[in-house]
Design a protein around this ligand. Structure first.
Ligand code: NAI
Ligand code: MG
Length: 369
């Protein structure tokens, strides 16, 4: 029987509240899915800083390295606004991304039919949308050197950021894109700006080369990133997997996210390279939203983004596509039944609590199983 070891890092604010619902889903899966899940829980972010003066301990990092996947809540909040920069809550997440070398960031944009009217786009354009934005996460202009502000002799200042990509970095993200597409609708759209950026030229050439040599069965299309932004709001259903660099991916994934409504709905995954021996990738799964200090402690946070992030872990780290489909299907059922947490409820509509939403999802899972 398959057995998985998950490290749960609930974090701060609503992080622990939504992680509680993930714990309940895991208990259900442990009983009903044919796989077993061992979990350990540790501190990250402000709560880790309060306990031992750093935003993640070496011990927790060690557990993260050994786990099949890290399930991460959210970190931060006004309480820690003035702690030293190196130990601020976000530093814990950044260390995880860096030490686990999580270079591939997956951001699905899914529009549940029941929520299509919450989008700023017309129902027809958005209903049934299911696309995946794959953002390169550890290279590009956010990390390239030189990166500085210098004062020139005439007293003016000059700021420099460097967009920098190597063959290795582009090829490995391209492979992830094609692998993902094979398990979905078999189409990749690669976005860059080869008309004005040398890194775009190299990106375009290498994605084509990887395609030709290793994934000729997948449909590949190239699109300039600015045109891609237009197409995302014009007719997003034309896409399946979009692969792009760190900067464009940051912006395009936020645009795609908002096509579908609330922040409380959006999961994400960050994957590392496959281990040469086991083929397993290091991985971290987290909702896109933050710690929502404005609603923390009230029991009203929407747990769907967090539960859907666990769904992604089942799909990409546990090879349990059926269980992942079960979780996603249960979420769709519950939304179709009309249950809404406060962030989703229309004005005047009754809303349900975090744990009520968890109850409803568990019931829908049992019904489907
Ligand atoms: P946020 O995502 O925490 O909240 C933005 C708005 O969305 C708030 O009104 C919040 O109540 C609402 N919201 C977010 N998630 C929700 C959910 N699951 N259910 C219902 N409503 C939800 O972003 P904000 O306010 O900019 O940041 C708050 C704190 O979170 C800051 O300390 C920030 O640094 C941190 N943060 C942490 C992230 C992480 O851990 N990866 C990501 C983004 C922000
Ligand atoms: Mg962003």
């Amino acid at each position: 029987m398959a057995s998985f070891n998950l490290l749960l890092l609930p974090g701060d604010g609503i992080g622990p509240e939504v992680m509680t619902e993930v714990g309940r889903v895991l208990t259900w899966l442990d009983k009903n899915s044919g796989a077993t899940f061992e979990t350990e829980t540790d501190l990250v972010g402000g709560s880790a800083y309060d306990a031992h003066g750093e935003s993640i301990s070496d011990d927790a990092m060690d557990k993260a390295q050994k786990a099949d996947a890290v399930i991460f809540g959210a970190v931060g909040g006004p309480k820690w606004d003035s702690v030293p920069y190196e130990v601020r809550p976000e530093a814990g997440l950044l260390r995880l991304r860096k030490d686990l070398e999580l270079f591939a960031n997956l951001r699905p944009a899914i529009c549940y039919p029941a929520l299509a009217d919450a989008s700023s786009l017309k129902r027809d354009v958005i209903e049934g949308l299911d696309i995946l934005i794959l953002r390169e996460l550890t290279g590009g202009v956010y990390f390239g050197e030189p990166k500085e502000i210098v004062t020139l002799e005439n007293g003016e200042k000059r700021a420099v950021d460097t967009q920098l990509y190597t063959t290795h970095e582009i090829e490995r993200i391209a492979r992830v894109a094609f692998e993902l597409a094979r398990a979905r609708n078999n189409k990749v759209t690669s976005m860059e700006k080869r008309n004005v950026m040398r890194s775009g030229v190299l990106w375009n050439q290498l994605v084509s080369a990887v395609h030709k040599a290793e994934y000729p069965d997948v449909e590949l299309e190239h699109m300039l990133a600015d045109a891609g932004g237009m197409q995302l709001v014009r007719w997003p259903k034309q896409f399946d997997v979009i692969v792009t660099d760190n900067l464009f991916g940051d912006m395009l994934s936020d645009v795609a996210a908002m096509l579908t409504g609330s922040l409380g709905m959006l999961p994400s995954a960050s994957l590392g390279a496959p281990d040469p021996e086991t083929g397993k990738r290091k991985a971290l799964y987290e909702p896109v939203h933050g710690s929502a200090p404005d609603i923390a402690g009230k029991g009203i946070a929407n747990p769907i983004a967090m539960i859907a992030s666990l769904g992604m872990a089942l799909r990409y780290s546990c090879d349990m596509g059926d269980a992942a489909d079960l979780v996603d299907g249960a979420i769709a059922d519950v939304l179709a039944s009309g249950a809404r947490t406060a962030d989703l409820a229309a004005k005047g509509q009754n809303s349900v609590s975090t744990s009520d939403m968890g109850d409803a999802i568990l019931a829908a899972m049992s019904k489907r199983a």
